[in-house]
Write a new protein. Sequence first.
Lengths: 106, 198
Amino acid sequence: MSADVEKHRPVEYRLIDHGLRRDGFTVTPTPDGTRYDIVGTCPGCGARVVRQWKFGPPGTKGRRNERPKPSPGPRTLTCDCGRVHAERPSENFDKGCGAFWQVMLP
Amino acid sequence: MSLDRYRWDMKAQQLRFGAVETARKQAESWRTGLAGLTSLFGAVLVVKGRDGFAGLATPIRWCVVVLLILALAALVTATLQALSAAHGSPSDEILMTGEDLEDWSDGEVVRIRHAMARALRLTLLAVSMIAVAVVLTWTAPVSRPDGVVLIVDTDNARYCGKDISAADGRMVLRLGDTMRIVPLASIKTMQTVPKCPS
């Protein structure tokens, strides 16, 4: 963990699209199929990224009750390292450096 | 650079952390809507027309009953469709990522539009059926009672038949295929019976 902190760069907050990252990230479904674990390094500030994608109710339903299997493809991640980055608007929901990118969902 | 992906991801994250509030708000909306469903029963029965339709001729009476039942079913379905469009229906889940949320939102907009169109059509159909039922109760012929079976004792005879009328000092009895006029002044006793003795 300390090694991750050392890699972190306190860059100024900027919304930058880093595109699809084919390497450097692992997207692993849990055995019970309830979530995906994503681990990698933020391309913007170098912070270690650990994120979970869970299933949730967006507020309505389809016609099936079973959990739909998400289609493989790119999914967006936003840096949420929680460290200080100058010029980050306080009203922004994300608490990272402003970098966002995509990883492939298997 | 596309900020859309960033915005959708933020929206997904916010929804994820507000899942309980969303579910509770949705439950409250559905509770209110379902309570309103019961008022439909009263509304349909209130506008059914003149007091009761039991006196209508049999085919018309059943026609009115069927129309009202179909109208009620259509109104209930329309209300559920409108509720589903307005508040969503709890049970489905998506992977809470920006891309999945965007796809779901696109489909949901189409679903809401179709649900509202169905609700509108069903409501118009139900109102039309209720209007037809009301007009039928106003204009349809009423069924006439067969009359009371009486045994009438007069000074010198006993008659049994159905009471057709009693006016102007005379009673008209139906005896099989014939009518008999009995002066009221000559009647000593009258007795209602289920049927005439053979």
